[in-house]
Ligand binder design. Structure first.
Ligand SMILES: Nc1ncnc2c1ncn2[C@@H]1O[C@H](COP(=O)(O)OP(=O)(O)O)[C@@H](O)[C@H]1O
Ligand SMILES: [Mg+2]
Length: 233
């Protein structure tokens, strides 16, 4: 499976992925620059081109994203970011704070601020470079890694769209990770909306509408209701 560029590397583990085949590769050599690599084999070459284009542009403009090390026919090899998935940080934060806890602790505000700063920088760079309102397109919490700061890792679904739509989607994910709609999560998301609205200058009403739309969307794709309202077929 591996190309000559990656000769010597062996598969250490397969990452959870719904869209592609993503592996952690090990060089077997301690202390070398790229002891580990991430190998991402794409199911769609158009998406691979989009990911390369976005990762390169973001890296060139100083955003925290992994470096592309090898480009193959249907895969890329990336710098391995040895940190925690944002999803794990989020779940740990809630379990440490308490599922019914309200108001939020300081660490929850640090989480919101770090995420807000990622999105602020992302939207600024893409707007400055392309002149368009480009969004990430898939903001599930497995697409970010926390390693001192937040890194974005998945850009194959980047497209034009509204920021309210994207932050609405972020809120819908934040509300529905298991256990969904806890007191902590609803408090967290209402603070997230307040802070993002202020920092990114969002339309408050539109954002609320988008959160509802995105909850219904998630309910539909997950085949069950995330809102308590049964989705239409
Ligand atoms: N550069 C990286 N460093 C560390 N882990 C990564 C990196 N890229 C991907 N991963 C891991 O692989 C998973 C899937 O990668 P992702 O780029 O989101 O592909 P997919 O399109 O399949 O969702 C991520 O959730 C993460 O756990
Ligand atoms: Mg992903």
């Amino acid at each position: 499976m591996l190309s000559a560029d990656l000769a010597g590397y062996v598969i250490e583990k397969k990452f959870k992925s719904k869209k592609n085949n993503v592996f952690l590769l090990n060089s077997g050599q301690l202390g070398v620059k790229y002891e580990y690599l991430v190998y991402k084999e794409f199911s769609c070459t158009n998406r691979m081109q989009k990911e390369i284009e976005m990762l390169s542009m973001l890296k060139d403009n100083g955003l925290p994203v992994p470096e592309i090390l090898v480009i193959g026919k249907d895969y890329i090899a990336l710098e391995y970011l040895e940190g925690n998935l944002l999803l794990d940080c989020y779940c740990d934060l809630e379990s440490n704070d308490g599922y019914s806890s309200k108001p939020l602790h300081e660490s929850a505000y640090h989480f919101i601020d770090a995420l807000c700063s990622w999105f602020k920088n992302f939207y600024k760079v893409v707007r400055d470079i392309t002149g368009k309102s480009i969004i990430m397109g898939d903001v599930n919490f497995r697409n970010f890694i926390f390693k001192d700061i937040i890194y974005g890792i998945d850009f194959e679904e980047c497209r034009e769209g509204s920021i309210e739509e994207e932050i609405g989607s972020l809120c819908a994910f934040a509300l529905t990770y298991d256990p969904s709609f806890t007191v902590w999560k609803t408090t967290m998301v209402s603070e997230l909306q307040r802070i993002f609205t202020e920092e990114l200058n969002l339309d408050k009403k539109l954002l609320k509408k988008e959160v509802d739309n995105q909850l219904l969307f998630l309910a539909r794709i997950r085949g069950r209701s995330s809102t308590g309202i049964l989705p239409k077929a």
